[in-house]
Design a protein around this ligand. Sequence first.
Ligand SMILES: NC(=O)c1ccc[n+]([C@@H]2O[C@H](COP(=O)([O-])OP(=O)(O)OC[C@H]3O[C@@H](n4cnc5c(N)ncnc54)[C@H](O)[C@@H]3O)[C@@H](O)[C@H]2O)c1
Length: 310
Amino acid sequence: MNNCIIFGGGGFIGSHLTEELLKRNYNVTVFDKINFSKDNLRSFKDKIKIIEGDFNNEYDLLNSLDGIDYVFHLVSSTLPASSNDNPVYDVESNLVSTLRLLQDVVKRKIKKVIFVSSGGTVYGIPKSTPIKEEHPRHPICSYGITKKTIEDYLYMFNFLYGLDYTIFRLANPYGERQNPLYAQGVIPVFLKKIILNEEIVIWGDGSVRRDYIYIKDAILPLVNSLEYKSDNKVFNLGSGTGYSVNELLDKIKRITGIDAKVRYVEGRKLDVPVSILDISLLKKEMNYLPKIDIETGIEITYKYLKEVLT
Ligand SMILES: NC(=O)c1ccc[n+]([C@@H]2O[C@H](COP(=O)([O-])OP(=O)(O)OC[C@H]3O[C@@H](n4cnc5c(N)ncnc54)[C@H](O)[C@@H]3O)[C@@H](O)[C@H]2O)c1
């Protein structure tokens, strides 16, 4: 009765989520790409079921749902920056496949869908911070528009067919297993460059402010939401505190004791100047309380990356 499937479960967030679900005695199926690296799942691989398939393949998708009670949707084929290069691909690979998933979820009367949306992009340029859930959504990248549209379809599927769901508008998670080679995740990217004595490139003047949340704090509400029943369906998920890229870099330099080589290049139009989330609704409704402060989180991530990279 407690069978969960995580689409994108082999990735950074999915692997931490899997671990926490196992701790709480849920049965976990991880659905990820054919031949995906199992490194993130290594220490608990024999406790889960793994399905290798393509989220964009109708049959792979539908065949994976037998006996499932809860669906976590963590697949994304694009990143905020790359999504604007090909919005058609973004919509086809993320939105259309999600609609197929939701239709089947309704047919099978699956109990709930948990969707990881994006706190940093769905709102667009905020009118004020910290940003509350009611703030208007005007994304300025295709990735954000796709996330926003999936949110709207979840609302529609709930209204028309009674599908239960929770949406988490996630800020900037960081920590172990986040791939430092990706364009997303400034903390592991900076740490990797420092460890390998490479130059750090900063878009703009480093004043862009973001809300950073340690991964093990971030995944707790995702698990707690399985048992949560309410009309509140949308939650910001972050730390509620913001740091500029320059402040973050100073902290990283202090913690590692290494003075990085830094080069500033022209800013990108798609980066909103500030994104700090108001997390009071999640605190009130699910007793959410992030425990790991930014300094401790950077130290943990630094220690992890030093072991992986050297
Ligand atoms: N990391 C962040 O900063 C962040 C912030 C807000 C929201 N999110 C969202 O959280 C979710 C998970 O992010 P993450 O950081 O763990 O990313 P990730 O890239 O580490 O994990 C995503 C997983 O999805 C899998 N995947 C992608 N396309 C697939 C396909 N067609 N078929 C099967 N599997 C496929 C990948 O192989 C990967 O393992 C995404 O939806 C992302 O948009 C991430």
